[in-house]
Design a protein around this ligand. Structure first.
Ligand SMILES: Nc1ncnc2c1ncn2[C@@H]1O[C@H](COP(=O)(O)OP(=O)(O)O)[C@@H](O)[C@H]1O
Ligand SMILES: Nc1ccn([C@@H]2O[C@H](COP(=O)(O)OP(=O)(O)O)[C@@H](O)[C@H]2O)c(=O)n1
Length: 229
């Protein structure tokens, strides 16, 4: 039985702005935040540390169930992600890890292994959950469901700028290609595919600013009587 605290789910493809928007909405409401993609990325990194291959489904399930991770508040208020005692906040953000995460995420037992851990994030006063299947599988009873998208070219452009700011050398055409491949894999896997949840508010952010997207969601939150702090 799901905890009673309200949940807002924000699902969508890579680079649509889910992480950015989820964080801003959670801050405005004073709610908790679940970055579910980080769990799949952490699993991918842990698997590579432990030399576990993508086809070793049993070992991956056990690893998913026992992942030793912490999300802790750093001095500047940012969230620091720790895997097996090591800070990996940046290390999990590469496109290689994102791609690997997407491969592991297609394995049903891996998804099952991470399910309860994700549901445990529901706590008062509420949770904003960012991912691919937040509204469809993990929190089907969520009160507000958003499907945030943008054109693949726009998403690749955003990712390019984000990676360049971190000093990563990447090419736009390669990013468009990997983003499309990842979309394809995420949308066509048999288990928890990337699709808008029934009743989800679909927001195409291709020509919207971050603030405009946040405002649309905050209007929905206000309609549900969730008050900004
Ligand atoms: N509506 C928007 N307009 C322009 N840039 C955006 C918008 N939404 C997000 N971004 C930027 O795009 C990049 C990817 O956003 P992110 O939140 O990481 O996407 P996701 O979590 O969906 O992969 C970030 O650098 C972010 O600042
Ligand atoms: N709820 C989720 C979240 C992520 N994922 C998988 O994990 C990968 C990385 O997720 P992410 O949200 O960190 O990726 P970006 O959208 O930031 O590129 C995705 O491509 C999905 O395959 C998933 O299957 N289900």
């Amino acid at each position: 039985m799901m905890n009673q605290a309200p949940v807002i789910t924000i699902d969508g493809p890579s680079g649509a702005g889910k992480g950015t928007v989820s964080q801003l909405v959670a801050e405005k409401l004073g709610w908790h935040l679940l970055d579910s993609g980080a769990l799949y990325r952490l699993l991918a990194l842990a698997a590579s540390h432990h030399g576990i291959e993508t086809d070793d489904v049993e070992a991956l399930k056990v690893l998913a169930e026992h992942l030793d991770i912490q999300f802790q508040q750093a001095d500047d208020n940012a969230i620091e992600i720790v895997l097996e005692g090591e800070v990996v906040t940046q290390a999990i953000r590469t496109e290689i890890i994102g791609n690997q995460a997407s491969k592991l995420a297609a394995i049903p037992s891996v998804r099952e292994g991470l399910l309860l851990r994700q549901r445990a994030f529901v706590q008062e006063p509420g949770l904003v959950a960012d991912g691919r299947d937040m509204g469809t599988v993990v929190f089907p009873e969520a009160s507000i469901k958003v499907f945030l998208t943008a054109s693949p070219e726009e998403r690749a452009q955003r990712r390019l700028m984000q990676l360049q700011q971190k000093g990563d050398e990447v090419k736009l055409d390669e990013l468009v290609k990997t983003i499309k491949e990842r979309d394809e894999r995420d949308a066509n896997r048999p288990v928890a595919p990337l699709v808008p949840a029934v009743g989800a508010l679909v927001i195409d952010s291709t020509d919207m600013t971050i603030d405009q997207v946040v405002d649309v969601i905050m209007v929905e939150a206000a309609k549900a009587s969730y008050i900004a702090v």
